[in-house]
Each structure stands twice: as C-alpha cells, then as structure tokens.
Design a protein around this ligand. Structure first.
Ligand code: GLU
Length: 562
C-alpha cells in the first residue's frame, strides 16, 4: 500500500505538517516544576459537584506551582451541546475560585472568546489541526479509513444494543467487531478511490499494534503504578463528519497546548491504554495522569452510591439557591480533597485556603463521600470566621435573589443588619449559628417587627401569672443605660421575688425548693422580646432593638397573656 497516496486521497486539502503545528504552538516557557492543567468540559449543562472537584485539583496544582490553568471546550458532540452552557459554566466556576489564565474565557460582553496563544480553545474550531495529524498517521500506516456509512453504523449499533439486551456472549461480539476491523484494514487504494468518487463517508480508525493478551505499564499520580491490557481495538480517530473522537482530540490538544497534568474523571481510566498507544504513535511526550474517583453519597439505607446528576448537591447552582457561601463550599471541597487539610485549618484559622500546600499524595484513592452534615459543619466554621460586614453582604445578596421581602428589609438599613450579625462574632469562640445565608432569617428575623412571630407552647409548663409578673417587674426596673451585670442583677431580683432560684447551683442542688430558676425568668423575657426560646444574648438583643421596641414587645406580651 502506498500510504502517502492514501493520505493524499483522504486529506487532499491538508498541506500543513505536524512540524508546522509544533512551530505554531511552541513549548511553553515556564519555571521549573510549573504545572499546566486544564478543565475540558463538554458544554452540555450545569457544573456538577463532581466537576468542581477535579477542577479544584487542577486549579491548585497549576497556580500553586506558578503554572497555567486553561479552559478547553470539548464541543465535538454538537447534538449534546446546550446553548449558553459554556458561559454559565465559566461564571459558576469563577464563584468557586476557579479562574482560568487562558482558554475559552469570557470577553467583556460575557461571550466565550479565546484568550491565549494555544487556541482555538474550542474543539469545533480545531478541525484543520486534527486533520494534519490524522494525515500523518495515515502516511505512516498507523490509521486507515473505514467506509461504513452512518446507516450501516447505526444498524450495527442497533444490533449491538439488542445483543446487549440479550446479554449474549461479549467475546463473540468483540470477535465480530475485530473481524469487521480486519476486513476494513485490507481495503485497497482502488476501493478507497471508488468510495471517494461515490462520495461515501468514512471514519478514520487507528491501526492498532496492540495485543489484548499483553499488558502495558502506566502511572497514575493518585492510583500509583498500573498494569493494564494493551489496546487492541482499531478505535475511531475521526468520525465521518471529520470531527475527532475524545481520544484523538485529547492527544492532539493536550500535546499542542502543553498540558503537563491531565486531571480527569475515573471513567476515562479504561481508555488509558488507547491514549498510551495514540501518544506513542504520534510521537508525543505522555502527560502525567490523575484519575479522580467518583464522588459517593450515602443513600437512605446507608449504602454508598454515586452522586448522580439528579441528587441534591450535584448541581452547583443548588448551593447558590440553598444559600451556601462559595467560601464554605471551597473549604468543604478542600477537606474532601486532602486528608490533612482540616488539621492545617486548625493551625491556620485565618489564612485563605489557597495558602494550604496541596499535596497529591494526600488524596483519597478510593473516592470521597459527599455529606451535607459535614458540609454544614464546615460551613458554620467558615461563616463564624467572617466579619459582620461580610455576613451582612452575603445574607443580603442571597435574600435579594431568593427571598426578596427579607432582602428588602436587610437592605433598608444595612448598618442595623450589621449590628445584628456582629453579635457573638470575633473573639476566640465565635457563635456558629449559620451554615447558610438561608439560616439567617429564622435566626435573626425577629429583629424586624415585620418578621416577629411568637413561638407556640413555651408557656405550657409555667404559671402564666409568673410570666406576667416577670414582664411587668422587668418594665418597672428597666434602664437601657444599665451595664450587663446590673441588668442581670435585676433579672435575678425578679427571680427571687417570685420564688425562683437566682443561682443555678442552688437550684440544681435542690430543684424542689424553687418554682424554677433564673434561666426560666430569662426565658420569659427572651420569648417576649424575640418570640423564641433560642436567641442570641438577650442583653445585646435589647440594645440593638432599642428601649422603645423592647418595651413595646414586652407590653404586647403582657396584654396577650391578659
Ligand atoms: N470532555 C471530557 C469530559 O467532560 C474531558 C475529560 C478530560 O478532562 O480529559 O469528560
């Protein structure tokens, strides 16, 4: 076979060579050890938690090493493309600290546009580049055309599907596929010419030199040394419309774009043998691979299941809606990614997570478990470290979008909101009341008369006369200028006067000697002022509300009791 001739027949318009491509995309000039990583999504929809995960690894490894993170849009499957998905994806990732240095990023009008010297970064625009390498492979006898029409292919797929349904002999199927391949391998130049003259479409297949009985060694930076069967399948490089498959595009793009670390989902691991073969055929240096295990979750019965696209918490937009701050989500992702992260955080409570020395060796080999309880825990810690202004801004922004009435109340007087969120903040042991911005309303809504609501059932086990007396006596002696200790002494006085213990120790020693304790008296006041049995420090609450509103609420309660 005259392969040069075959190559010219198949790719008459391709005049450039791989050397031209290498010249157009020279090796990057980066400091020693700098990593070049990428996120390579298919623009088919929202960002999945399982997508943020490897992307955070890519972001950390590149930026931590002074390297480059770029975004490549893998849109070779036009049927699956969702318009606007790429834009949405870039914005979502930006919320979670993923900023691309290069690639298909947004221009000033919010449209996806190329930025960088290694583009185009959208695979659909790289057709001619793939064809240069495809032609070279044909020239070297490493790839060949297969003139099976779309219809024939579809038919084959139908047959395969039926066979799958019947769950018949896989080996027989593989053997029949191989026979098909071998037949195509023997195509003659004359046959090719005849097909091309007739305008028949073809796919380009690799001519595999592998032996499925033999094994090849590979390294995965997370899983370690691998020993996998060689690829013996003449897999497709170019589809009949000339568009590359994932395998071919991966090799050409990651080579020309200078990717040093391919960080991708574990579902690509079974294809690794194909990629090893392809890089070897093309004479490309192999990048380092990291295959990230699927995120798992626990189902109702406590069994581990894959976090599927439909599960709560899979879509990154869920977090926005639920009111998780991006900082908290990033923090959670870091705790999942590196086993020593939480320890580092304890020692470095105030540093940004980007200061943490991310380490591939500390990654879990078997995969991580997604868990809302843990996320909430992490989130409470993160929010407790924020200052009042940050929390006010976070809650207000969230509420304006998802709870506009509440949002309007907060925005009406942000200095007031900030006073509220300042309660218990700062110091060694900040309050951890909020896991999400959405938790704010139940926690502090009572500060707004519009949202004040009385919790039911608090008074059932108490003497209503005692409640009323407490409130009345408090009003008699209340002085807003009192220091906290003076204020509390007055509350104790009321307790004593009503036969309640003013000292918790005394009460615990002999509860039967009292009607209750000063804690109950405080509770009567708390419920009157906040509507709730659980609320932040009452002395502070009263000061923020101001004397007038405090007294008005207490009076309203007295009237209610009647
Ligand atoms: N487009 C592929 C995917 O979305 C990219 C895999 C990779 O990172 O190489 O799964």
């Amino acid at each position: 076979m005259d392969y040069n001739h075959l190559a010219d027949l198949l790719f008459p318009d391709v005049t450039e060579t791989p050397a031209d491509m290498e010249a157009r995309y020279p090796a990057r000039q980066l400091p020693e050890g700098a990593k070049v990583t990428r996120f390579a999504p298919s623009p088919t929809g929202f960002v999945h938690f399982g997508g943020l995960f490897p992307t955070t690894v890519a972001e950390r490894l590149s930026h931590q090493s002074g390297g480059v993170l770029f975004l490549r849009i893998e849109d070779t499957d036009a049927k699956r493309e969702v318009p606007g998905a790429a834009e949405g994806l870039i914005k979502t990732l930006a919320r979670y600290g993923i900023h691309f240095d290069e690639g298909a990023i947004l221009d000033s009008e919010g449209k996806v546009a190329d930025h960088g010297d290694y583009g185009p970064y959208k695979q659909s625009l790289r057709g001619p580049i793939y064809h240069v390498f495809a032609k070279q492979l044909v020239r070297e006898g490493k790839a060949y055309p297969c003139f099976t029409t779309e219809e024939e292919l579809e038919e084959l797929q139908q047959v395969n599907k039926k066979e799958e349904l019947k769950n018949t002999d896989w080996e027989a199927q593989a053997a029949s596929r191989r026979a098909e391949m071998l037949k195509s391998r023997e195509i003659t130049l004359e046959e090719v010419e005849a097909h091309l003259r007739a305008g028949d479409p073809f796919v380009l297949r690799i001519l595999s030199d592998g032996d499925g009985e033999k094994r090849v060694k590979a390294t995965d930076l997370i899983k370690g040394n691998l020993d996998i069967p060689e690829n013996d399948e003449d897999f497709v490089l170019l589809k009949s419309d000339g568009i590359p498959t994932y395998h071919f595009a991966h090799a050409v793009d990651d080579h020309l774009m200078g990717t040093t670390h391919v960080i991708r989902g574990e579902e690509w691991l079974p294809s690794l043998a194909k990629h090893l073969q392809l890089f070897r055929y093309l004479g490309f240096k192999l990048p380092k691979y990291m295959h990230i295990a699927q995120i798992m979750r626990l189902d109702e019965n406590g069994n581990k299941k894959k976090l599927s696209k439909r599960d709560m918490g899979a879509n990154m937009d869920d977090y926005t809606r639920m009111g998780y701050s991006p900082e908290a989500v990033c923090e959670y992702v870091m705790t999942l990614l590196n086993s020593n992260y939480e320890e580092w955080r304890m020692q470095n409570p105030d540093k940004p997570y980007t200061d943490f020395p991310f380490n591939i060796k500390k990654m879990s080999v078997s995969g991580c478990l997604f868990d809302f309880d843990k996320l909430n825990d992490v989130s409470k810690n993160v929010l407790s470290r924020m200052d009042a202004a940050q929390v006010t801004a976070g809650v207000t922004d969230w509420a304006q979008q998802f709870d506009p009435e509440f949002g309007a109340l907060l925005a009406r007087d942000s200095a007031y909101a900030e006073q509220i969120f300042a309660i218990g903040r700062g110091g060694k042991k900040p309050r951890k009341d909020l896991a999400t911005w959405a938790d704010a309303k139940p926690y502090m809504g009572f500060f707004y008369d519009e949202l004040f609501a009385l919790e039911e059932g608090y008074d059932e086990k108490f003497d209503r006369a005692d409640i009323k007396a407490t409130l009345a006596r408090f009003l008699e002696s209340y002085d807003e200028a009192d220091e906290m200790t003076v204020w509390f002494d007055k509350v104790k006085d009321i307790a004593r006067s009503l036969g309640y213990a003013d000292d918790m120790k005394a009460y615990k020693a002999d509860p039967t000697a009292f009607k209750g304790s000063v804690a109950d008296i405080s509770m009567f006041l708390r419920v009157a002022v906040t509507g709730k049995q659980n609320a932040p420090d009452l002395y502070t609450v009263m000061h923020i509300l101001g004397r007038e509103r405090t007294e008005a609420r207490i009076k309203a309660m007295i009237e209610r009791i009647g």
